[in-house]
Design a protein around this ligand. Sequence first.
Ligand code: SF4
Length: 342
Amino acid sequence: MTDPVASSEIRVPHSAFLTDTFGRRHNNLRISVTDRCNLRCTYCMPEDVTFLDRSELLTFEEITQFVKVAATLGVDKVRLTGGEPLMRKGLHKLVRMIAEVPGIADIGLTTNGLLLAEQAAELYDAGLRRLNVSLDTLDPGRFRELSRRDGLDRVLAGLETAKRAGFAPIKVNAVAIRGYAELDVVPLARYCRENGFEMRFIEYMPIGAEVWERDKVFFAQEILDLIGREVCPLNSTKSDHTAPAVDYEYSDACGRVGVIASVSRPFCQQCNRLRLTADGKVRNCLFALDEADAKALLRSGGPVGAALADMIRRSVWEKWEGHAFNTAQFVKPDRTMHAIGG
Ligand code: SF4
């Protein structure tokens, strides 16, 4: 835990943008709107999880107030995550509230897709434009093994409905775990090619409830080799250098595939992300061991704009160079993925 006295003595420059000591500008805010989920993915959360009480969750008004302050500091991208964000009732209302915040140019959502068929149209009407759907397999048996629930058919129905609603491109995110990926990478790549979705494979990271084993990581190069061999050769293509994914295009120009190689090709040098948890904590990294309590400020009753701006600036200024899970120094955060948000 950072020493509050030392930390408060650090002078944080008041620049127009949220920049850390490594010169990284932070304009991308990931907001977890709930820790609840209707799946129990083995690499994310324990089966017998205890969720936050509703009173612990930031209200839509508090989240929007935070976004307003962050926007004055140069944040222009917001991604809504969970748990499963579509379990938060009336989420389209929050999308509309954030879409009206001056300076916010881009709103995205990461969902497991189970509730997408019911909500895709109202989310699109509210101003949501970017959609990532988490789907690790097209096999019902492995779906149940990995997520400890059924629901593959509802995810596929959600993807179809979202496509009809106008979302494009829709990205499909799959966590590649050895023992599954060998069977799922090719069918998923083919499915996305045939349906006009962009496939993203994510290397398995130590952010879940189970003990992480490096041997269970199915590495980016193995994924690319498999697709190049079994689906269609791939050519590297231009990627947004701040985005976690490195993109490739099929040599026949029929689609793109991305890999998020946090283990084998860490991308912390270009990180532009900070996070707000469902219970109002500011995290400057997915693997952060410290948090700042924005909820206490937001519920302090007084005008909080300046104090909240200072808190956000300080959190970014104190950000470390990157995750350390390739080193012996790595300490796993207390929170698991469902309580942080992707
Ligand atoms: S591990 Fe932390 S610093 Fe690295 S890319 Fe992810 S959020 Fe950014």
